[in-house]
Design a protein around this ligand. Structure first.
Ligand code: GAL
Length: 386
């Protein structure tokens, strides 16, 4: 057993028994504290039974929020399943910060106290998350940066999508549509993501590159705290009031939730969203349904299954005291402190016509989920049958 693993085991045992004095129990950390998805923490033991199926480490998964459906619907279950399959004796302890960076700090500390052998951290705030990474480093616990890059700290691996490409895809597809609609220059309203999220800056940079290349003008621009639909709606309302109902040709929204907010603002102002293309991201059921009926123009599909699987494999190796498996790494990304071995997956643009060949084909959403009541006819039109 490598000495770093031994050190961590000793530390974990010590930490657990220190807590035991207070909490009366040293049961191996498979307890449920505040439970549920509302920002709490739960743990799930791997399938069990298997002998030495990749080690028996404790892997902490820390996700940033539960506003965007992906985290509870895809990331968490996909990650837990991948660990269960590849390392039946490993345990995943799960935390969701519920959009609160301070809460994520304490969750990071709790994960370390519970003896996590590796942290898989999707930072709520990429800058303040550095202190979680530092605490982990100080205890010899490796850190995997999941989906969002933790800045200015020692991070062992980073698994995400090509996030600048996400922005480019959104801009390219909106620019094309504006051209088709006879408004090649826009102008557009830009509803960007959360300023604390490093991915939001990359989406924005990629999108601006695309709009500049296409000659599309940006009339108003906002960052959206917390990525919430409510904030996006308020921003779009402000823009519409300032520009007038005929003062813009489309809306760039950084994800499906903010796109939904922008569409609600248009409806509120008496504008038919079918006549003003809106972008999105995450291929949520609500986003795809709006695309089916023509209220949202496009979304970006990021296949979370592979992202979660690769992250699980890397976390299992690190939790076992091994190096990051080199064959998985595709590039290095600098986080301000170090070149982080990284895997960046390819995002895919989705419009009405390729819903069937992308998200449905990959099983990301099912026809049953999508083609309910008012959407059944549109599903039929594009050959999706439930
Ligand atoms: C980003 C993530 C997106 C989106 C957004 C809102 O960091 O890459 O997929 O979900 O956060 O949480």
């Amino acid at each position: 057993m490598p000495s770093s693993v031994l050190r961590r085991l000793l530390f974990a045992a010590l930490a657990c028994c220190v807590i035991a004095v207070v909490a009366a129990g040293c049961g191996g950390g498979d307890d449920t504290t505040s439970g549920g998805t509302g920002g709490g923490e739960t743990s799930a033991e791997g399938g069990g039974g298997g002998e030495e199926g990749g080690g028996d480490s404790t892997i902490a998964l820390l996700l940033p929020e539960n506003e965007t459906p992906r985290y509870e619907t895809n990331d968490r279950p996909d990650f837990e399943e991948a660990v269960e399959e590849k390392c039946p004796d490993c345990e995943v302890i799960y935390f969701n910060a519920g959009g609160d960076a301070t809460k994520q700090q304490s969750q990071g500390e709790a994960a370390l106290t519970k003896g996590a052998d590796v942290l898989v951290l999707d930072p709520m705030d990429s800058k303040s998350a550095a202190s979680i990474a530092e605490k982990a480093n100080a205890q010899d616990v490796p850190v995997v940066s999941y989906d969002r890059l933790i800045e200015n700290s020692e991070v062992d691996a980073y698994i995400s999508f090509d996030n600048e490409r996400v922005g480019e895809l959104q801009a390219e597809s909106l620019s094309e549509k504006l051209k088709e609609d006879g408004s090649p220059k826009g102008p557009i309203i830009m509803i960007n993501g959360d300023p604390a999220d490093p991915n939001a800056a990359l989406f924005k940079a990629g999108a601006k590159k695309g709009f500049e290349a296409a000659g599309v003008e940006i009339a108003k621009e906002y960052d959206t705290p917390g990525w919430t639909a409510e904030n996006a709606q308020r921003e779009a309302q402000q823009a519409i009031t300032a520009l007038g109902n005929d003062g813009f040709a489309g809306i760039y929204a950084a994800n499906d939730d903010t796109g939904g907010g922008a569409i609600a603002a248009m409806k509120g102002a008496g504008i038919n969203p079918e006549e003003r293309p809106v972008t999105g991201q995450d291929a949520t059921v609500a986003g795809l349904q709006r695309i089916l009926v023509g209220q949202q123009y496009m979304t970006v599909f990021k296949s979370i299954g592979p992202q979660a699987q690769i992250s699980a494999e890397i976390a299992i190796a690190l939790g076992n005291g091994e190096e990051v498996p080199k064959d998985k790494i595709t590039e290095e990304v600098n986080n301000g402190k170090t070149d982080v071995p990284s895997v960046l997956l390819e995002p895919v643009a989705v419009v009405k016509d390729n819903i069937k060949d992308t998200v449905i084909k990959e099983g990301f959403v099912s026809a049953g989920e999508l083609c309910t009541g008012p959407y059944a006819a549109a599903c039929k039109e594009v050959g999706i049958s439930g």
